[in-house]
Design a protein around this ligand. Structure first.
Ligand code: 6PG
Length: 259
């Protein structure tokens, strides 16, 4: 998707309807991927926002997601052990993965317990082993949005924003809670993906959502999430609270609501 093309925005009445609609679209994306390529390469987001989505995905009745043909990755991880309550892997395991027939060898967690450089190297090698390339084409990347405009662990004014070679990089102590070292995908990975879908909910994100969406289609280097573009579909899934400020000031130039 070329920079300048306006991402789609979908606004739903509340977090439950947001999770329901996004779960439905994730299932559809998974079935298209398995039909076309024999497997579904899914990248999960960290943070707390995705929990209702993961809990909803855990309840999707068969046929739903073809879990035996699904490979699960993360867009970033905090450098903490998997049993640490701050672990992105731990949250997804507890809210989704332990409730679905995903193949354990197809769950590719980032080794947060390793030193960041080593963890980034290990994840890069695992991605190459699974996908055969350093720059995989993921079928769907789910991302969140921090109040400073970060996404994954790409923070404003950070050197990781300039990374164009490595798909995965270590991030020294992050400027945002939890203030730990992290490991993150870089922009090239998102650009190569078929779909990058942002999931944002709650009033506390209304201001940053408005800033990011108003900065489109060009985006801003001060707002790392605004510069994310997928090869195919870049989409924002919002609840009405998160969209409340943006919706009061929309103009034709801004992203269009599609639902
Ligand atoms: C992380 C995430 C990060 C997150 C945003 C939003 O590891 O924290 O990858 O990018 O998506 O900070 O977090 P919340 O959903 O908790 O608001």
């Amino acid at each position: 998707m070329e920079r300048g093309v306006v991402p789609e925005v979908e606004v739903f009445a509340d977090p439950a309807q947001l999770a329901e609609a996004l779960a439905r679209d994730v299932v559809a994306a998974s079935r298209q991927a398995v039909e076309e390529r024999g497997r579904f390469l899914l990248v999960l987001s960290g943070g707390s926002t995705p929990r209702p989505l993961y809990e909803r995905l855990a309840k999707v009745p068969p046929p739903g997601i073809d879990w035996p043909h699904t490979e699960v990755f993360w867009g970033d991880e905090r450098c903490v052990p998997p049993e640490d309550p701050r672990s992105n892997y731990g949250m997804a395991l507890e809210s989704l993965l332990r409730s679905v027939p995903v193949v354990p060898e197809h769950v590719h967690r980032i080794r947060g317990e390793l030193p960041p450089e080593e963890g980034a190297r290990h994840y890069t090698e695992e991605i190459r082993a699974v996908t055969g390339t350093n720059l995989p084409v993921f079928d769907l990347v789910i991302l969140g949005l921090g109040n400073d405009g970060h996404t994954a662990s790409l923070f404003p004014r950070s050197p990781e924003l300039e990374e164009e070679q490595r798909p995965v990089v270590p991030v020294p102590v992050s400027p945002d809670e939890p203030r730990v070292a992290r490991i993150t995908f870089t922009y090239p990975v998102f650009r190569a993906s078929h779909r990058v879908w942002f999931l944002v909910s709650g009033h506390d994100k209304a201001s940053i959502v408005a800033r990011v969406l108003r900065s489109l289609p060009e985006g801003s280097s001060e707002l790392p999430a605004s510069r994310v573009r997928a090869r195919g579909s870049t989409r924002w899934y919002l609840d009405s609270s998160a969209a409340s400020i943006w919706q009061t000031s929309r103009s034709g130039a801004h992203p269009r609501e599609v639902r």
